[in-house]
Design a protein around this ligand. Structure first.
Ligand SMILES: Cc1cc2nc3c(=O)[nH]c(=O)nc-3n(C[C@H](O)[C@H](O)[C@H](O)COP(=O)(O)OP(=O)(O)OC[C@H]3O[C@@H](n4cnc5c(N)ncnc54)[C@H](O)[C@@H]3O)c2cc1C
Length: 411
């Protein structure tokens, strides 16, 4: 193509699939580039702040607080609400909802992950997962309606028993928050509240397996003090409509059964390349999969120095999103690509009000009120959108001072 004097070359089209942590970070960095036109595609019109899903599920926050409207995020980025159903690497085309075709020069696949049941009998049918706003709504409904149904005699009192499977940060946060919710609504359901309980089940030998053993022990002790029953070394073999069965032959009756035990990347994109056991696409050190295709976040398998894949957490996705944007900018300047290096800033989990564990390094750990305040501050800092941030802050202050669960609407 010949360009006229003063005419700029046409912008290349970057399509980002997924407006999650990785996709948004990539778009933010690329949006003002003179070399690229950016389109973001997501099945939802919002960016979901999943670390706070458990607070929606336990009636602490309204749904709107953790969903940030993507269309208004960046004026320079086009947004299409659609499900990407096909990717043709050769023709560099995407199919949306099985119909509309979109061409791209570069594709950034930031499609995240989904819950997995590991094929355990009955888990898909009889447990609730917590990956989306709709999932959280179902959990909240189950937790709260059960009280009314037990009170009205439609359900036995054992229905007030809650089982949470998975002793990672999500399971720990959820179990602690459910226990606090049960304590708070005790006054309103005085006759039946004593039957409510929470059991946290972990197949491995300790909670928070990615943390230092001392943090795991602290989390377990704190949860037990709050009244949560913790069962480690306990693997689920089957779920039914009223209970969980374990490989050791025990059975736990529970009206609400929540599955927070593991995630995998969506299997749909396995055909794009080599994958690991969690369906993650094995990317090159630059995060490129093939020419013009990049994979980031939970969907990418990028090994660290020890050869282990990076954890499926938001900071990895954010740093990878920025890295791919930088690589695209380098390409536009005809510069060499660079390898992705993850900067681990630590990990944290909240257990309840004024209770959390924070690990900055293996040797720099703290817990209790200061850890909880750190957790609150960092989560506020990472939430997209001033309105969401202000609203969450106001809700947190209100909840702390006058805890009244948000549950006018639970249908
Ligand atoms: C309950 C819960 C709690 C968590 N807590 C923490 C925490 O405390 N700290 C932490 O660091 N991490 C946490 N995580 C993990 C963190 O949310 C993920 O690691 C992070 O979201 C990964 O970012 P991502 O950009 O890869 O994908 P996501 O943020 O999941 O975004 C993927 C996006 O892609 C869209 N999408 C997928 N497929 C398609 C398709 N075919 N077509 C169109 N759109 C599509 C989805 O709608 C979604 O918006 C938590 C996760 C969950 C579920």
């Amino acid at each position: 193509m010949t360009l006229e004097w003063g005419e700029s070359p046409p912008k290349q089209h970057v399509v980002i699939v997924g407006a999650g942590f990785g996709g948004l970070a990539c778009a933010r960095k690329l949006r003002r580039s003179s070399a690229y036109r950016v389109t973001m595609i997501d099945r939802h019109p919002y960016h979901l702040f999943s670390p706070l899903l458990y607070q929606v599920a336990t009636a602490g926050l309204p749904e709107d607080d953790i969903a940030f409207p993507v269309r208004t995020a960046f004026r320079e980025v086009d947004f299409i609400r659609a499900e990407v159903t096909e990717i043709d690497v050769k023709t560099k085309q995407l199919t949306l909802n099985g119909k509309r075709v979109v061409d791209f020069d570069h594709l950034v696949l930031a499609v995240g992950s989904q819950g997995t049941t590991y094929g355990i009998d009955g888990v898909a049918e009889h447990t609730l997962q917590m990956k989306s706003v709709a999932d959280s709504r179902l959990i909240r409904r189950s937790l709260l309606h059960t009280y009314e149904e037990v009170e009205d005699g439609f359900l036995p009192t054992t229905a007030l028993q809650v089982a949470v499977v998975g002793g990672g940060p999500t399971g720990v946060e959820l179990a602690g928050a459910i226990r606090e919710l049960q304590d708070e609504i005790r006054r309103e359901f005085e006759d039946i509240a004593q039957h409510a309980s929470v059991t946290l089940i972990e197949a491995g030998p300790r909670l928070l397996p990615s943390f230092h053993p001392k943090s795991s022990a602290h989390a377990q002790k704190t949860l037990e003090k709050m009244g949560v029953t913790v069962r480690v070394d306990t693997a689920v073999s089957r779920a039914t409509a009223t209970s969980l069965h374990f490989t050791n032959g025990d059975e736990l009756v529970a009206g609400t059964r929540i599955w927070a035990a593991g995630v995998v990347a969506p299997p749909t994109w396995k055909m794009l390349g080599e994958t690991d056991r969690a369906n993650r696409l094995k990317v090159q050190p630059t995060l490129s999969l093939t020419d013009g295709i990049w994979v980031i976040g939970d969907a990418a398998h990028h090994a660290d120095d020890t050869g282990r894949p990076l954890p499926m957490i938001a900071p990895v996705a954010i740093q990878q999103g920025k890295h791919v944007a930088n690589q695209l900018l380098r390409l536009a300047r005809n510069e060499q690509l660079t390898n992705f290096v993850y900067r681990d800033k630590g990990q944290m989990a909240t257990i309840g009000r004024r209770k959390a564990v924070v690990e900055v390094r293996r040797w720099l750990r703290f817990s209790g009120t200061f850890a909880w305040l750190t957790w609150l501050a960092l989560h506020l800092a990472y939430i997209s959108g001033g309105r969401n941030r202000t609203s969450i802050f106001a809700d947190w202050v209100w909840n702390y001072l006058v805890w009244v669960p948000r549950r006018a609407i639970t249908d």
